[in-house]
Design a protein around this ligand. Structure first.
Ligand code: NAP
Ligand code: GLV
Ligand code: GLV
Length: 327
């Protein structure tokens, strides 16, 4: 079929192999690092690409979309979140955009629990302490944390991942509150969850976990005002997108003891981190690894490759996020 595809960074082999089978030109970023904006522009401008496979950290704005030119038939994002792509401009140019929903739901929800446990029970802090040779025997007051069993869990954004995350609380007998634009019957039936407004969720939850996409509405959804509404003993967990939280306000709240702790997979200006945050003992920080299991990344690669090929063939892909291109 002889397609010309640009992949902004190597993804698991299965996806690359599927693409290689239908490509004359498959240009994969040869470096083990993200490409700069200029490098992405250079790799698309005048290159007559049929397809682009990109990452959530690549900013595919109107200028890049223009640089892709008339040959481009589809953009596949190797992620479920697609706030990095100007999908409206893509739609206006008639370019479909796809994402990778579903296959990463459990992996990301599991990571949410890893973060919740880590911050509640001070796992990372206690690990650092133990490795540093400071453990001199069991102590009545050492690294005391918060109860998980029986606590109140607040889930903001009860979509695929938020639902899976909340359902996994079953083993811990938690009271579950959620905020979403629509009612979630599964959560209400399975874990007796109650849909509440944001203020109630923040005031009553021991753990607040974010699962909304990043949009204009959710940008800084959690800022100084919202942090102040949380219990002083509560923890915030963010495995959604960094800018959903005002990171500077979070640092202030953590320093002041407005909340007890935070566990973060994502950062407002990723990969940069607000100075001072890394020095806080009551923050658990990991490197945007929500979907990072071997099998999940394989499935994402296969899904992105299959959708990109469908778009290049002029067929409708399975996971289009701007379906108005087909109207
Ligand atoms: P999803 O199924 O679309 O769920 C998102 C949910 O948030 C939907 O129920 C949506 O409601 C709700 N929502 C949107 N805007 C809202 C608002 N302003 N207030 C309250 N609720 C709102 O998506 P998903 O597959 O669960 O993924 C969610 C997000 O997780 C992704 O967009 C991505 O940013 C993030 N993520 C992160 C990682 C990681 O590695 N850390 C991995 C995967 C995903 P509607 O249905 O009404 O739109
Ligand atoms: C990861 O953050 C994703 O959106 O898939
Ligand atoms: C602790 O290790 C206990 O036995 O209570």
């Amino acid at each position: 079929m002889g397609f010309n595809v640009f992949v902004t960074r190597a993804i698991p082999e299965k996806g690359l192999k599927t693409l290689a089978d239908v490509c004359d030109t498959l240009y994969v970023n040869p470096h083990d690092r993200p490409l700069s904006r200029q490098e992405i522009m250079d790799a698309v401008k005048g290159k007559e690409r049929d397809g682009l496979l990109c990452l959530l950290c690549d900013n595919i704005d109107a200028e890049v979309i223009d640089a892709l030119g008339r040959t481009i038939k589809g953009i596949a994002n190797y992620a479920v979140g697609y706030n990095n792509i100007d999908i409206n401009t893509a739609a206006r140019r008639g370019i479909p955009v796809t994402n990778t929903p579903g296959v990463l739901t459990d992996a990301t929800a599991d990571l949410g629990w890893a973060l919740l446990f880590s911050v509640a029970r001070r796992i990372v802090e206690s690990d650092r302490f133990t490795r540093a040779g400071k453990f001199d025997g069991w102590a009545p007051m050492l690294h005391l944390g918060a109860d998980i069993t029986g606590a109140t869990l607040g889930v903001i954004g009860a979509g695929r991942i938020g639902t899976a995350f909340a359902l996994k609380s079953k083993g811990f007998g938690m009271r579950v509150l959620y905020c979403d634009r629509s009612q979630n019957e599964t959560l209400e039936r399975e874990v007796n969850a109650r849909r509440v407004d944001l203020e109630t969720l923040l005031a009553e939850s021991d753990f607040v976990s974010l699962h909304v996409p990043l949009t204009e509405e959710t940008h800084h959804l959690i800022g100084a005002k919202e942090l102040a509404m949380m219990k002083r003993t509560a923890c915030l967990i963010n495995s959604a997108r960094g800018p959903v939280v005002d990171e500077a306000a979070l640092l202030v709240a953590l320093k002041a003891g407005t909340i007890a702790g935070a566990a973060l997979d994502v950062y407002e200006n990723e990969p940069e981190i607000t100075p001072g945050l890394s020095e806080m003992d009551n923050v658990v920080m990991v490197a945007h690894i929500g979907s990072g299991t071997v099998s999940t990344r394989d499935k994402m690669a296969e899904m992105a490759a299959a959708d990109l090929i469908a778009m290049m063939k002029g067929e409708r892909p399975q996971h289009c996020v701007n379906p108005e291109v087909y109207e």
